[in-house]
Design a protein around this ligand. Structure first.
Ligand SMILES: Cc1cc2nc3c(=O)[nH]c(=O)nc-3n(C[C@H](O)[C@H](O)[C@H](O)COP(=O)(O)O)c2cc1C
Ligand SMILES: [Fe+2]
Ligand SMILES: [Fe+2]
Length: 405
């Protein structure tokens, strides 16, 4: 029944949209949904590249059958074993018992570990090729983008790169699947969010993969999430390059936690200081209201971060602590930082924020502001000065070349 869209000669889209899941990985809100992309090459031999989340297994099998029209499925190529892509392997094997499962040694051990499948597998090595007839597939291992078994598959005939999660983004594919036929502006923030939240820790591995892929001539990038990239390949590769070098663009993100408004008022004042220094791109997030995935996205996008927190039981405000852990885990680099806080009897928040910036080895403003109880004139002025200082540091900031390798 399905008329699967053809992306390049003999290559069909057999992926699905997920508009049901509220949180990706049970953690990251996806108000605009997500797609699980899978591709079928219908040559003399037939090959499927990755599967989809098992909740869509039935439709997925129907889509494959619609293109095969009774032909057998020869290969399943597995680029990535995360269950949003590997979830339908067992079901696929039941429907196409003769399919050979192709992957590297790490992949095949995960296929056994997750799904108990050991028979009719083919282990391939880095750089190995597999001919389907007109199409010759070449495998490129890209470990830790973002699991150890991750690889990419390159179709030499059509110059298509099946990239796994790399270059992927949140957001469903509504009607069309190819970038130039979609309202692409909807996807840039989805890509930034996907990168920051899912891939963010693995900047060095992404840089290695980008270098390894440089010699390939690429006409199409088929990721496992989001649009198929044809027209915007250079933009998408540039964004991945920039994010994986932790290179932000000019802009100041101010994040604060506040129970009764004292720290919040300081945040507003700091923002005014940033604006006084001529910066227009200022994003203020209340950590208790905006989901941390959105805040992380903006921290990846912009060069400067200013954090404000009340002291809470001798610690940071817990939501701020949790956010900072996420930033630490991702090893975000090359940022300009400022901090402020509010307390009533014994301050602890600003000390913790100061030790955070030392751990991150970021450039920090000289001044920090620590107010006891309500904001008073002296510290009002200090908040303005903090904002101005961070803005000036940001304007002059040059990324550490050690992080651009
Ligand atoms: C549950 C709770 C725990 C707190 N713990 C501390 C503390 O350990 N040390 C301190 O100096 N102030 C403490 N405070 C006071 C707040 O840090 C102070 O009221 C601050 O100005 C609150 O900022 P806000 O108005 O932005 O919420 C605590 C307040 C609350 C509600
Ligand atoms: Fe993944
Ligand atoms: Fe994925």
């Amino acid at each position: 029944m399905f008329r699967n869209q053809e992306i390049a000669n003999d290559i069909f889209y057999v992926g699905v949209n997920d508009r049901q899941k509220h949180k990706f990985e049970n953690m990251i809100p996806i108000p605009n949904g997500v797609s699980y992309n899978s591709y079928l090459i219908n040559d003399e031999k037939t090959a499927l590249i990755d599967t989809v989340d098992i909740s869509f297994g039935d439709i997925f099998i129907d889509k494959i059958e619609s293109t095969l029209q009774g032909k057998k499925l020869d290969y399943l190529i597995i680029n990535h074993m995360e269950p949003d892509h590997s979830g339908s392997i067992r079901m696929l094997r039941k429907n196409f018992p003769e399919v050979t499962i192709v992957g590297n040694s790490k992949t095949l051990s995960m296929v056994e570990g997750y799904y108990g499948v050991t028979e009719n597998t083919m282990e391939i090595t880095d750089g190995q090729t597999l001919s389907l007839g007109k199409h010759e597939l070449e495998f490129h291992f890209t470990p830790m983008v973002h699991w150890p078994e991750t690889m990419m598959t390159y179709d030499k005939a059509e110059k298509v790169l099946f990239s796994g999660d790399a270059f992927g983004c949140f957001g469903t594919l509504d009607g069309s699947i190819i970038d130039k036929n979609l309202d692409i502006n909807r996807y840039w923030d989805e890509l930034a969010s996907y990168y920051a939240n899912i891939v963010g820790k693995y900047g060095a591995a992404v840089q290695k993969a980008l270098k390894k892929l440089t010699p390939l001539e690429i006409n199409v990038i088929c990721s496992t999430h989001g649009p198929i990239w044809k027209e915007y390949i250079s933009e998408v590769v540039d964004l991945y390059d920039r994010y994986s070098r932790y290179s932000g663009k000019n802009g100041v993100v101010i994040v604060y936690g506040s129970m009764y408004g004292n720290t919040e008022l300081m945040a507003e004042t700091v923002a005014q200081g940033v604006a006084e220094a001529g910066v227009k791109n200022i994003i203020i997030h209340n950590v208790s209201k905006t989901d941390s995935s959105v805040i992380l996205r903006d921290i990846f996008k912009y060069k400067a971060l200013i954090v404000g927190s009340p002291t809470y039981s001798n610690e940071l405000y817990p939501e701020i602590e949790s956010l900072l852990r996420k930033v630490e885990i991702r090893g975000v680099k090359n940022r300009v930082f400022g901090c402020f806080g509010s307390f009533t009897w014994a301050s602890a928040a600003v000390k913790r924020l100061t030790s955070f910036v030392e751990t991150m080895k970021w450039q920090s403003a000289q001044i920090s502001v620590d107010e006891k109880q309500g904001l008073k004139a002296v510290n009002y002025e200090a908040c303005l000065e903090l904002g101005r200082q961070v803005a000036e540091l940001m304007k002059n900031h040059v990324d550490d070349p050690a992080h651009c390798a």
